[in-house]
Design a protein around this ligand. Structure first.
Ligand code: CMC
Length: 431
């Protein structure tokens, strides 16, 4: 065993510096280069953070080679089977599984924060009815800080906890109302006798004119989807929330930045893109053509729901969702031709040398849309559902960041490749 350092020599000056290696509980070690600039007057260059750990975290761990995902050390498969979304929210925020009393209190707290300020209702009227619900989410979530500014002190533990509970609790209300607004339908208020997920389905589908009964299969499947999306370590939206929070901005503002980031098709928007792709394929006989397009370096088309920056193996969440697809479709008696296309596409892609070589497997988004379609969720709401699930991850990561001993604003450096220093040119001398 060598020393726990890495030695770097700048060949242009001959200066040699040793940097400490830090080891975590799992995963690759990291080289601590925080003094690199001081020592060598040099930055590191790593666009897209391919080799850069941006923080220490105790929340979530992914082993992308083995296809492992742990929330606070617990395997996702065990949580999916034995836990539920709100218990996982408690776990992610507090770090430990709750006792009976703790979870009962937590459920009560969340249930009693589901209403939103009446003034926030008026916000919806300002949006076009045909706006994408994610655009409404970005606006309304950001606006929360204008309505709940009583507890925005980010250095006060109690304020942070209440803001976190408000975010988790209100997100389904905000999301369901975005959907109802797009349809010109009345908003349904939350009901305290329903569970978190039942409440969401109630606000999505109940009408004042008739009784609505939540389908337990739909509620269970939706809860699982929330649970599987709850956190995923330092992904693009979570890193955005942390970076925004490093300026000491309030948690609602930071989470709305996360919502905006999640919307992109390379991130949470992929679940919507998968369904659009499966519809465009239309028939199993067209799959080969689409696979060829995905492999063509001159064609920007990619198989949506395939590939992942970290997973170089089957995404464990995709395995769980795939299994759940069979159960939901069967018990809800839904025959979705897109499921057949998805399974055939997966089978063909997994045998194809291009995908094998690049270790491209289905990710969480590949099958989640199929379940959501069976439940009756419109495609444009898929990323919104992802937002509801991920809120606890964002806010827990934000809380971890804001309670670090040393507070530093996130401020990446750059390799400047623009025009060198030059003198201002008067307008009559310009060509
Ligand atoms: N279809 C075809 N080729 C692909 C795909 C795909 N879905 N994904 C990656 N590749 C190829 C890519 O062209 C590249 O090939 P080459 O080495 O010949 O240039 C190679 O695989 C590596 O790809 P990359 O873009 O360098 O990988 P990345 O880690 O930067 O990107 C990704 C990861 C998820 C953005 C990408 O795989 C992708 O665009 N997938 C489709 C969108 C998607 O499903 N996103 C959801 C991600 S999971 C949920 C979430 O985290 O939000």
């Amino acid at each position: 065993m060598g020393k726990d350092t890495v030695t770097i020599t700048d060949n242009s000056t001959g200066k040699t510096v040793e940097f400490p290696i830090k080891r975590g509980a799992h995963g690759p070690a990291v080289m601590d280069i925080s003094t690199l600039y001081k020592e060598l007057k040099m930055f590191t260059y790593d666009p897209g953070f391919l080799s850069t750990a941006s923080c220490e975290s105790k929340i979530t761990f992914i082993d992308g080679e083995k296809g492992v995902l742990l929330y606070r050390g617990y395997p996702i498969e065990q949580l999916a089977e034995k836990s539920d979304f709100l218990e996982v929210c408690y776990l992610l925020w507090h770090g430990e599984l709750p006792t009976r009393k703790e979870i009962a209190d937590y459920r009560h707290q969340i249930n009693h924060h589901t209403m939103v300020h009446e003034g926030l209702r008026d916000f919806y009227q300002g949006f076009r009815r045909d706006a994408h619900p994610m655009s409404v989410m970005v606006g309304v979530v950001g606006a929360l800080s204008a309505f709940y500014h009583d507890l925005l002190d980010v250095h006060n533990e109690c304020s942070r906890e209440i803001s976190a509970q408000r975010l988790v609790a209100k997100m389904p209300t905000i999301a369901a109302w975005a959907y109802r607004y797009s349809r010109g339908e009345p908003f349904a208020y939350p009901r305290n006798n329903l569970s978190y997920t039942e409440n969401f389905l109630h606000m999505m589908y109940s009408y004042p004119a008739e009784e609505y009964e939540v389908n337990p299969v739909a509620a269970k499947a939706m809860d699982l989807i929330f649970l599987l999306h709850a956190d995923h370590e330092q992904n693009a939206s979570t890193s955005t929330v942390r970076l925004a929070g490093s300026s000491q901005a309030n948690p609602f503002a930071c989470v709305s930045a996360g919502v905006g980031t999640l919307w992109g098709p390379a991130h949470g928007g992929a679940n919507e893109a998968v369904i659009n792709m499966l519809k465009a394929i239309g028939d199993v006989k067209n799959i080969a053509r689409f696979v060829e397009k995905a492999k063509d370096p001159d064609d920007p088309f990619r198989l949506m729901g395939f590939g992942h920056r970290v997973y170089k193996n089957y995404d464990p969440r995709a395995k769980i969702i795939r299994k759940q697809c069979f159960e939901v479709l069967e018990s809800m008696k839904v025959d979705d031709p897109l499921f057949e296309i998805a399974m055939k596409l997966e089978e063909i892609a997994l045998k194809d040398e291009y995908f094998i070589q690049r270790k491209l497997y289905p990710n969480v988004d590949f099958y989640s849309g199929i379940i959501q379609r069976a439940i009756g969720i419109p495609t444009s709401m898929f990323t919104v559902i992802f937002t509801i699930g991920r809120t606890i991850g964002w806010i827990s990561q934000w809380n971890e960041m804001i309670t670090e001993k040393v507070q530093r604003i996130g401020r990446p450096r750059q390799l400047y490749v623009g025009a060198p220093n030059r003198d201002y040119l008067p307008i009559d001398q310009r060509k």
